[in-house]
Design a protein around this ligand. Structure first.
Ligand code: PMP
Length: 443
């Protein structure tokens, strides 16, 4: 083995000895990323990859975006001290900007350091406002890894305990292409999900606080119900006074191309009461937050502070990042380049037996894999494609309840040439994985 290979093996062994067993990494030989630029990243062994997953894993606009680097460096030279006990000019500016963008009237904004913490806060607000710990969530959902957010995570692969301070009722609506309603038209599917919601509300134990939903399920494999489904839900929720929490941790900031927020594909009957965001907003700096109507946000009866929520450095990064996103119309870029990429992926996968479906919109595209020529989900295929794509210099993600969906979510500044380059690499990887699986050599 070369010196860099030995150094990598030693680091991996130390990681395995000290990290929890359940802290998953991608790849048989996990990648140690050392730097990035634009849509590319490099590992410690000097290999360059086109990054088709960084957009979900926090790099919203681009790696090492000079505007963000400058804002962070400048702020680090001034003050890093963080506490909501003091005023912060950039926290106020960022909150104002997000309040305006959110589409929620009379919006108040609270910053957190992660998506999990944002959803915990949303649940605290909703359960306090409604004086009930009963909540509705979608089957196959993922909302975080804290004790509370695990309690609304329907995707059991990521939900290690069934104990929860919440009483959660799961409804249909996140997964369109599988399950008992898969054969229905969009309108019939929507009607069936609304009937399911009404049915479970009939079985609820008194007051229900909120429905939380990802407009497109992220970890669940980039799957969603038809446009307008949540609007149809909203009519039922309104009748019961139940709040609507939209989890925009993956779908926010123009990622889906057509809309700035995922919920806007469902806006037929009003706006969400609470919106949560995180991941990409700080372009890698750990920042999340909650937007809520003032009446809901202000329902807490005690003081609170946050040490790191809205810190000078994360808010400086987020302001620079959001400014870049909007000035360069990266939502429009997601729509245009994502549209091209989706057509390319649909074309290259047409004859491949391991591909069941290409889905998604904007730069949030999923490729569902099955055992060749069957309808059976294949996690082995997804792992094989991930490894093969790496060999072709492409990083992608995976997800889905069965771990069989490839997730494609590049930084939103992806160029047409890079989309083309990535599609070619993915085509080669899919063919290689299919050959391995058909030859029975894949693990
Ligand atoms: N909600 C959604 C929809 C997510 O995808 C995630 C992260 N995968 C979270 C919440 C949790 O965010 P974090 O990892 O920042 O705690």
């Amino acid at each position: 083995a070369t010196a860099t290979e030995s150094a990598h093996a030693a680091l991996h062994a130390r990681h395995l000895a000290v990290a929890p067993d359940w802290l998953a990494t991608y790849y048989a030989r996990p990648i140690e990323l050392t730097h990035g630029e634009g849509r590319h990243v490099w590992d410690a062994e000097g290999t360059r990859y086109l990054d088709f997953f960084g957009g979900i894993l926090t790099t919203m606009t681009a790696h090492a975006l000079p505007e963000v680097t400058a804002a962070v460096t400048e702020q680090a030279g001034k003050i890093l001290h963080s506490s909501t006990l003091y005023l912060s000019r950039q926290a106020v500016e960022l909150a104002e900007r997000i309040a305006r963008l959110s589409g929620i009237p009379d919006a108040r904004v609270f910053f957190t350091t992660s998506g999990t913490e944002a959803n915990d806060t949303a649940l605290l607000l909703a359960t306090t406002y409604r004086r009930s710990n009963q909540v509705l969530a979608l089957r196959n959902s993922y909302h975080g890894r804290s004790f509370t957010s695990i309690g609304i995570t329907g995707n059991t692969a990521w939900s290690p305990t069934s104990l929860s301070p919440l009483q959660t009722l799961y409804v249909h609506g996140g997964v369109r292409s599988r399950g008992p309603y898969a054969h229905l038209t969009d309108a019939q599917f929507t009607a069936a999900c609304v009937a399911d919601l009404e049915d479970i509300l009939g079985q609820a134990n008194g007051t229900v606080a909120a429905l939380i939903a990802e407009p497109v399920q992220g970890v669940g494999g980039f799957t969603s119900g038809p446009d307008g489904l949540l609007a149809a839900f909203k009519e039922v929720l309104d009748r019961h006074g139940i709040l609507w929490i939209t989890d925009e941790v993956q779908t926010g900031w123009g990622r889906t191309g057509d809309n700035f927020w995922g919920w806007q594909a469902h806006s037929g009957s009003g706006t969400p009461d609470i919106l949560t965001f995180a991941k990409g907003v700080g372009n890698g700096m750990s920042m999340g937050g909650v937007v809520a109507r003032a009446e809901v946000m202000n329902c807490l009866g005690a003081n609170s502070i946050s040490t790191f929520g809205g810190s000078p450095i994360t808010t400086a990064a987020a302001l620079a990042n959001l400014g870049y996103l909007i000035d360069h119309d990266l939502q429009g870029n997601a729509r245009r380049v994502g549209g091209l990429l989706k057509s390319r992926l649909t074309a290259i996968t047409a004859g491949l037996g391991i591909v069941r479906e290409v889905r998604g919109r904007g730069l949030m595209l999923g490729v569902e894999l099955v055992e060749p020529g069957t309808d059976t989900p294949s996690a082995a295929a997804a792992s094989a494609v991930l490894e093969a794509a790496r060999e072709h210099g492409l990083l992608i993600g995976k997800g889905g309840l069965a771990g069989n969906v490839l997730r494609i979510a590049p930084p939103l500044s992806l160029t047409v040439a890079e989309a083309e380059e990535g599609a070619e690499a993915l085509e080669a990887a899919l063919k290689q994985a299919q050959a391995e699986l058909e030859g029975g050599t894949a693990q």
